[in-house]
Design a protein around this ligand. Structure first.
Ligand SMILES: C[S@@+](CC[C@H](N)C(=O)[O-])C[C@H]1O[C@@H](n2cnc3c(N)ncnc32)[C@H](O)[C@@H]1O
Length: 218
């Protein structure tokens, strides 16, 4: 459980998340057992809701890990839709491919191995939805490129923007997370909330999720 939303509220939200899927549940269990930093099911459901709401056909993810959030996203795609997901760790990328296949989504998902900072210069947009969940210190350096890859009305969704509350001055008596990451996320939050091409709302769900929509007149 996180430390932003009280445990009982989180348990209640979790009890209402009824999108049961054996493969998704199995990957979540493996993630917890191995201490992998996967999104929680509530954030997964949010991604699926957003992708469905905007009728997303092309999506991009930064930070695949073993494919958990990607399955939530790709599950919203039509049969001819696509998710391109970037991961620098070969072993995780291999597992992700297996997991996408187990979920019956292999035909819609392309896992690319490499440094996302370099890869995003090579991919071509436009994307309907981009999920940023990679290296926190790359959030700001990658922002303008990701915005340029979004279609007008497209969504940039970013995880961990509240960073266990550590970005909030005075919230924790003794911060424990990497201070450089904390500074990077604070800077990112400033940028996405003042970016001329974006309208942003931050949801205090789990570790904090920002949702930015690219303006139509930009
Ligand atoms: C928080 S995890 C992603 C979790 C995944 N989105 C999920 O919820 O199922 C971040 C992932 O980004 C990868 N990563 C970190 N820096 C990266 C980079 N520069 N390029 C590509 N992947 C990177 C890490 O190896 C890690 O697997």
């Amino acid at each position: 459980m996180g430390i932003i939303v009280p445990d009982l509220v989180e348990q209640y939200l979790s009890s209402l998340n009824r999108t049961h899927d054996a493969v998704v549940d199995d990957i979540a269990r493996a993630g917890v057992e191995r201490g992998l930093p996967l999104v929680d099911a509530e954030v997964g459901a949010l991604l699926r809701v957003l992708a469905t709401a905007i009728g997303a056909r092309r999506m991009l993810e930064i930070g695949t890990a073993i494919g958990y959030s990607g399955i939530w996203m790709a599950g919203a795609l039509p049969p001819d839709g696509s998710l391109l997901t970037l991961e620098m760790d070969q072993g995780r990328a291999r597992e992700a491919r297996d997991n996408f296949a187990r979920a019956g989504l292999a035909d819609r998902v392309n896992v690319i191995v490499g440094d996302a900072k370099l890869m995003v210069a090579k991919v071509s947009g436009p994307f309907d939805l981009i999920f940023q969940d990679g290296d926190k210190q790359l959030y700001t350096p990658m922002l303008d490129r990701l915005v340029s890859l979004l279609r007008p009305g497209g969504l940039l969704v970013t995880d961990n923007v509240l960073w266990d509350g550590e970005v909030v001055p005075g919230y924790l008596p003794k911060p424990v997370r990497n201070a450089a990451d904390t500074r990077a996320i604070k800077e990112y939050n400033e940028r996405i909330t003042t970016h001329p091409a974006l309208i942003t709302s931050i949801i205090p769900l789990r570790d904090g999720v920002s949702i930015s929509v690219k303006k139509y007149d930009h």
